[in-house]
Write a protein that binds this ligand. Structure first.
Ligand SMILES: Cc1ncc(COP(=O)(O)O)c(C=O)c1O
Length: 410
């Protein structure tokens, strides 16, 4: 049995990206932002134009503006969500409307969409959460029939496919997050894509009002990615990080979660937000060359772990569709805190994730309708590791640890 522990995630940036980052400082080094945008467009977005943004939330804000969505309008999204998404809707002056999840899943119950769409509804955001493509056939059919725009949240799903199409190419627009833990990263930032040339021009104009991140920011982001890489190296993680995590866990704190969690709140600082720098774009170009390989490894690990967890009593393994890129592997359990603690004792690190029941954000308290399934999923979700560095033996170990723990708990 291996004595090395399994971290909850590992960034895919390494020496190749570091070399690209530092090469971009050399005299005559090219700004690779356009090359990256064209590469992303070509490899994952069927050639639709891509515009880089300071973050996915600002990319969404631009997209909504380019669609002329603002005060008096409504935008439908799922209640179990990343809080910055409703915050971006609110920042335009529009009002979010929420759909609950299907029970035991993390996908919106699209059968209720028709009833939520009203006269003021201008757009629906379908979230491809955890790399799993949403049911775009159903959503698109309702949106087209009701004359409502479909936007795809691809923050966690670059390279995933829905049917025969890449996610991000079915709706009128899509947005992407390129933070350090995503499956394609610029160390930070985001992107937006739309097939409509006029909207693309308007978004480009919005982007041109922003300056690029400075060298200091780029170096800080690179240092953060390097620190994550070192801390999640199996030896360092086992010898130093995991013992510290266990120490904090005794006080009821998940240190990594605390450090990485951001406070939910209104979307601020839009005007001053900076675009990815030339150094960050250089990292992105290097990353693009490995996207297919790392996605393939995630998919292999994800489906294998699903097969190993089939039939484990009391554990809900939410459905995943063909075409998912398994950004993570969520399971649901009513005693997730105990499960997480026991798994850590067995050398497997996990996370509760950063999604929340957002059903009250931006909604007048008297009009808010509860979303019990979103609330339940937010309370019970636990992410098991499936990152691309893991091999079959690691997945076996994770599955065995889950089975053993749950046997002990029953
Ligand atoms: C599903 C989803 N949407 C939107 C976002 C916002 O991305 P960003 O932090 O780049 O604004 C995230 C961030 O992780 C996300 O997971």
């Amino acid at each position: 049995m291996s004595i090395l522990n399994i971290p909850r995630f590992r960034p895919t940036t390494s020496f190749r990206e570091a070399a690209a980052f530092f090469r971009s400082f050399l005299p005559g080094g090219l700004d690779r932002a356009e090359q990256f945008a064209a590469g992303l467009s070509g490899c994952a977005l069927a050639g639709n134009p891509v515009v880089l943004a300071p973050s996915a939330r600002i990319a969404l804000y631009w997209l909504l503006n380019a669609l002329d969505i603002g005060p008096g309008d409504q935008v439908v999204t799922q209640a179990f969500n990343f809080p910055a998404v409703p915050a971006a809707i609110c920042a335009t002056g529009a009002e979010p409307r929420y759909i609950d999840l299907m029970p035991g899943t993390f996908e919106a119950d699209w059968t209720t969409l028709e009833g939520v769409i009203g006269d003021r509804t201008k757009a629906v955001i379908a979230t491809h959460l955890y790399g799993n493509p949403a049911d775009l056939v159903t959503v698109k059919e309702v949106c087209d029939r009701r004359g409502v725009v479909l936007i795809e949240d691809c923050a966690q799903a670059i390279g995933a496919t829905a049917g025969r199409r890449r996610v991000g190419t079915v709706g009128e627009g899509a947005f992407f997050s390129l933070g350090p833990t995503k499956n394609l990263t610029l160390l930070g930032g985001g992107a937006v894509s739309t097939a409509d040339p006029d909207r693309a021009v308007r978004i480009l104009e919005m982007a041109s009002a922003h300056r690029s991140s400075g060298v200091g920011t780029s170096l800080r982001l690179a240092a953060k990615a390097a620190a994550m890489g070192v801390a999640t190296h199996p030896v360092v993680f086992s010898a130093i990080v995991m013992p510290i995590l266990k120490l904090f866990e005794r006080r009821g704190t998940d240190l990594v979660h605390e450090v990485m969690q951001e406070k939910a709140g209104p979307l601020t600082g839009i005007e001053g937000a900076r675009l990815p720098s030339r150094q960050m774009a250089a990292v992105g170009v290097a990353q693009l060359t490995r996207l297919e390989g790392t996605n393939r490894a995630r998919v292999r690990n994800g489906w294998y772990l699903r097969s190993r967890l089939a039939g484990v009593p009391d554990l809900v393994v939410p459905p995943m569709r063909t075409g998912s890129v398994f950004m993570s592997f969520p399971v649901l359990h009513p005693r997730r805190e105990t499960l997480a603690l026991e798994l850590r004792l067995r050398g497997v690190d996990t996370d509760f994730g950063f999604m929340a029941d957002c059903s009250t954000i931006g909604v007048d308290a008297s009009l808010a309708s509860p979303c019990p399934n979103a609330e339940c999923t937010a309370r019970e979700i636990l992410h098991l590791p499936v990152h691309p560095f893991l091999k079959k033996r690691h997945i076996d170990r994770i599955a065995d640890a889950v089975r053993d723990t749950l046997q002990g708990l029953s």
